[in-house]
Design a protein around this ligand. Structure first.
Ligand SMILES: NC(=O)c1ccc[n+]([C@@H]2O[C@H](COP(=O)([O-])OP(=O)(O)OC[C@H]3O[C@@H](n4cnc5c(N)ncnc54)[C@H](O)[C@@H]3O)[C@@H](O)[C@H]2O)c1
Length: 308
């Protein structure tokens, strides 16, 4: 069996998920790990029986890697990706890929020149319920006439840099990105965006957004997203309405309801509703109250998307 030698950069919460999966995959040899906090790199390396490094440069210069995982905070992705792509390494990069448009364009070009495998961690593509929704929409079993999305975060301070837009890129980059990605994956390209945003609870960062996407198909998808909603589930939800059919996807751990029916039996669509229940919730049920809401500046933006 061909062994793929993998290195990992950034060893926080999300890296632990990747390390746990990779360490159980017989095709993978975990060659080395890097974190700017060297004791973290050392203890992780000890746990997984590999070498530890204090910088991504040392890791990539020393180890003979086939692929690298970039799992550091968002703002550091760009420089790490450039370094990896400059060495023709295959890359898995956590979302968001980068936090500046010009960097995104540069990375797309660098990936094309390097001719490597490059994947961004849009993990909803692999969630059973979303795959099911995709299948229903793509096969025409449900034609979306209306759709609505919600994705909220409990609080922006986990991880601590989440409330610093210079590091995270902002709430939309860190969290809502998953839903923006889902919209394009499920409904095709977006041609117009309008958005209202407010900095209600965290004064240093816009944290409440009302977004409306208009897809090339004409479908309009409102997205509602907040950075201070507590962790009550579901913090993520999509509803799609078709022809007397609805498809609702609650939070990842909860339920997918597929209802199919028709007001008009002569149309030949089966009448009884089907309920598909998948798994059970295990989200944290913490209720946090924020009473110090103050008037914050409101930003309105609307316009057509330009180019790539
Ligand atoms: N796909 C998902 O659902 C999902 C979920 C959570 C996090 N993420 C993404 O994963 C990434 C990491 O998030 P996290 O929650 O694990 O953050 P974290 O703060 O828990 O961990 C980040 C780690 O990177 C290290 N680090 C910081 N700068 C570095 C640098 N320049 N080089 C090497 N290491 C560096 C830190 O010391 C820390 O150990 C982020 O991009 C985040 O958006 C994705």
């Amino acid at each position: 069996m061909t062994q793929i030698r993998v290195g990992m950069v950034g060893l926080g919460t999300q890296a632990q998920n990747h390390l746990s999966v990779l360490s159980r995959d017989k095709r993978v040899t975990l060659a080395g790990v890097a974190d700017i906090i060297e004791p973290v790199a050392q203890s992780t390396a000890k746990r997984y029986g590999c070498n530890s490094y204090g910088t991504y440069q040392e890791l990539m210069d020393t180890e003979k890697l086939d692929a690298v995982y970039v799992v550091s905070p968002n703002v550091f992705h760009y420089e790490t990706l450039k370094y990896a792509l400059g060495r023709n390494l295959n890359v898995f990069c956590e979302k968001p890929m980068v936090i500046k448009l010009e960097h995104a364009r540069d990375i797309v070009n660098s990936v094309k020149s390097a001719g490597v495998v490059f994947q961004v961690g849009h993990n909803r593509h692999f969630a059973f319920v979303y795959k099911k929704v995709k299948e229903l929409v793509a096969s025409g079993k449900i034609k979306p006439y209306m759709a609505i999305m919600k994705m909220v975060t409990g609080e922006l301070q986990r991880p601590a840099w989440g409330a610093n837009p210079k590091i995270s890129g902002g709430h939309l980059y860190d969290t809502t990105l998953h839903m923006l990605d889902m919209c394009r994956w499920l409904f095709g390209e977006v041609k117009e965006v309008s958005c209202r945003a407010e900095a209600n609870v965290y004064p240093q960062i816009l944290n409440d957004f009302w977004i409306n996407l208009t897809h090339e198909s004409g479908l309009q998808v409102p997205i509602f997203t907040s950075g201070h909603a507590s962790w009550i589930v579901p913090f993520e939800r999509i509803e799609i309405i078709g022809d007397h059919a609805a498809n609702h996807r609650g939070d990842e751990q909860s339920k997918l309801h597929v209802r199919a029916g028709s007001a008009d039996p002569s149309r030949g669509i089966p009448l009884p509703a089907t309920n598909l229940e998948l798994g059970r919730g295990r989200g944290r049920q913490t209720i946090r109250r924020f009473n110090h809401r103050k008037e914050r500046p409101t930003h309105h933006r609307s316009g057509r998307l330009q180019g790539g």
